[in-house]
Structure formats: structure tokens, C-alpha cells
Design a protein around this ligand. Structure first.
Ligand code: BYC
Length: 317
């Protein structure tokens, strides 16, 4: 394509986005738009898949039959979200095999938050409540984005995440209203998850590499700092309503702006954790590799039935 044609296509593409139209798989799109979406959607898909592990570990120990059922349903939903997102990335030309191989090789990023341990049952409640609330605030913003398949996947995922928040909140309420030991367990989990959850929205705008372009092309419709502030404004009153503390002495409403002030997380910790050096990165990747190896016979059986090679049979089967 000539430089002139490229310019005209780009102008028309940006005009469509400015009009609020969705970009669909066969449409012309700048290579950087496609690349940035594959990067983000792939990381998001991995987050859903790896995100099953910290909570999934608690399924055998859930306190009671109902809590076990809701936790199983939640963890299964996360697997479904991963599948939807890998599919959305495939519409842009990425292959599932490449994405999964990157994850298993420890080269792919996924949400920082899943590299922290879950030593108590309260962690399950706090992930469902805090982490899923942060995810929904972010994903409601992504649901307004310009790429049709991703935006539509976000709407469906947010619908299910709303249920996840309720299951997490319900578990924390039971602990917060329980014995002093249970209350202390809930507070301890809030203390440990607070800063990792704030980091979920990404590095601050002034150092975020991708935000400016992502906003221009409506891949993101709010910046990392805007999403983080929205989450804090939403969750702080909820935490305090349960008689629990926000582990930040600076956290208070700012009368001038109407928003809560809060201490920023340690961005070096975010960088370390997303680059492989968090408390549980090695354990998470080892668990995914084991699941992949254990599922080999299913892929082989599917490939034999359909006459495909095992490379093209559904990789997460
Ligand atoms: N964790 O320029 P930036 C769930 C990376 S799962 C890891 O701001 P961007 C759930 C970033 O990728 C839902 N990496 O980037 C599941 C980039 O690296 P590369 C999880 C992070 O993309 C199971 C670099 O840092 N949600 O809810 O404009 C159970 C520079 O950052 C993080 C999603 O995946 C991080 N927190 O904005 C329970 C949402 N932050 O690619 C619950 C989809 C930054 O240059 N993703 N990085 O090597 C997004 O919305 C955006 O990618 C982010 C970052 C806001 C995270």
C-alpha cells in the first residue's frame, strides 16, 4: 500500500473511532492497533487462566457445601473468560498456540495480582470482592472500547464478574461478623491484597508506555490513574462499612476533589512481579505446565477424531 493510501486509511479509521463505531475483524486497522490489542487481550486471557489458581486451591477446603459450589462455579467462569479472550485475540490473527506457548515459557505477562499467595480462606473472599471489583471497574471501561469482539467479550465477562463480587463479599461479611479470629483473618487479607489490587490498574499515567495511544484509538477509554481512583472511591466506603480498616493512614476523602486520597503502591514491586519475580510466579507457571501436560491426551484424542495435528486442536481442552 502506498504511503498516501495508508494515510487515507488511517484518517478514515480514526474518524470511525471518533464517531464511536466499532472496528470489526475484517476491517482495515493500523498494524500498531492490531498489535497492541493482541498484546492486551492475550495478557488478559492469561490472567483469567492463571487467575483460577489462587482461588482454585481452596475448592477442597471451602467451608461448607454452598461455598464450595459457588467457588467451583466462579473458577469455571474464569476458565470460560480465558477461552472467550483467546478467541477474541484470534480474530486479530494471533494463534492460540503461540499465546499459550508464551505463557508456558514464562514469557507472557498476566495480571500482577495472581502472583501472591492465598494462605487463608479470607483470601478467597477478598479476591472475589476487592480484585473482582477492580477488574469490573477496568473492564466496564474496556467494554466501551473500539474493537468489537473485545468490547462484547467484556460486557459478558462483567456480567459474570458481578456475581463473583457478590460471592466474595458474602464470604467476607460472614468473617467480619464472626469471631474475633475470623474478623482478624478478614482484616489480614484486606491488608495483604490492598496494594497488589491498586497495582492491577497498571503503572501511573506518567510512566505508562501504552496509555496515550490506547486512549487515542479507544482501546482504553480511561487512563490507569482514572480507573484506580474510581476503584478506590467505590471500595473504601464498602471496607469501612464492614468495620474493617483500609491499610493506609493517608486514605481520606479530599473535600476539594470529592475523591479519596490514598498512598500510591510501590511501582518497583509491580515491575518486579509482572516480570517474573513475584512470590508465586514460578508456582503458577509450573501449575499451568502441569495442566497442559496432563491435558495432552485430550488434545491428541480431539486431533485424531478431527484429523487435525495436535498443534491445531483446541489447546486448552
Ligand atoms: N499486571 O503501559 P501500560 C480477573 C504491564 S482477570 C501485569 O500501562 P496497558 C480475575 C503492561 O502489560 C482480569 N502487567 O500497559 C481472574 C505493559 O507490559 P508490556 C485482569 C501489567 O496495557 C481470575 C507494561 O506493564 N485484567 O479479573 O496500556 C480470578 C506497561 O503498562 C500490569 C486485565 O487483564 C498489571 N497489573 O495497561 C479473579 C485487564 N499493569 O505489554 C479475577 C486488561 C501493567 O509492554 N488489561 N502491566 O510488556 C488492561 O486493562 C491493561 O493492559 C492494563 C495495563 C491496565 C493492565
Amino acid at each position: 500500500m502506498s504511503e498516501q493510501d495508508e494515510k487515507e486509511h488511517l484518517a478514515e479509521f480514526e474518524a470511525r473511532i471518533a464517531r464511536g463505531e466499532k472496528v470489526e475483524p475484517g476491517d482495515w486497522m493500523p498494524e500498531e492497533y492490531r498489535h497492541n490489542l493482541i498484546r492486551m487481550i492475550g495478557q488478559h486471557a492469561h490472567s483469567e487462566i492463571v487467575g483460577q489458581l489462587p482461588e482454585g486451591k481452596w475448592i477442597p477446603f471451602a467451608p461448607g457445601f454452598r461455598r464450595k459450589l459457588t467457588l467451583i462455579a466462579k473458577v469455571q467462569d474464569e476458565a470460560g473468560h480465558g477461552q472467550l479472550l483467546y478467541r477474541a485475540a484470534e480474530t486479530l490473527g494471533a494463534t492460540r498456540q503461540e499465546m499459550i506457548e508464551e505463557l508456558l515459557a514464562g514469557k507472557a505477562k498476566y495480571s500482577n495480582v495472581f502472583n501472591y499467595p492465598t494462605p487463608t480462606w479470607a483470601d478467597v473472599g477478598v479476591i472475589g470482592w476487592l480484585v473482582d471489583t477492580a477488574a469490573v471497574v477496568n473492564q466496564s471501561m474496556l467494554a466501551q472500547g473500539s474493537y468489537g469482539p473485545y468490547a462484547r467479550a467484556m460486557r459478558r465477562i462483567c456480567y459474570e464478574e458481578a456475581f463473583h463480587i457478590k460471592q466474595g463479599y458474602d464470604a467476607v461479611v460472614a468473617l467480619a461478623k464472626g469471631t474475633p479470629e475470623q474478623r482478624a483473618m478478614a482484616q489480614d487479607a484486606v491488608n495483604r491484597w490492598w496494594y497488589p489490587t491498586l497495582m492491577m490498574s497498571g503503572p501511573p499515567d506518567k510512566i505508562s508506555e501504552h496509555t496515550e495511544r490506547a486512549m487515542r484509538w479507544r482501546i482504553k477509554t480511561k487512563t490507569n490513574d482514572q480507573v484506580r481512583q474510581e476503584f478506590v472511591d467505590l471500595i473504601v466506603p464498602q471496607i469501612r462499612a464492614l468495620g474493617l480498616d483500609v491499610p493506609d493512614a493517608e486514605c481520606a476523602p479530599d473535600k476539594a476533589t470529592g475523591h479519596y486520597q490514598f498512598t500510591r503502591p510501590d511501582w518497583n514491586e509491580l515491575k518486579r512481579v509482572v516480570n517474573g519475580d513475584g512470590p508465586c510466579n514460578a508456582e503458577r507457571i509450573a501449575a499451568r505446565r502441569k495442566a497442559h501436560d496432563d491435558g495432552r491426551w485430550v488434545r491428541e484424542a480431539l486431533a485424531a477424531k478431527s484429523g487435525q495435528s495436535t498443534k491445531t486442536a483446541p489447546l486448552l481442552a
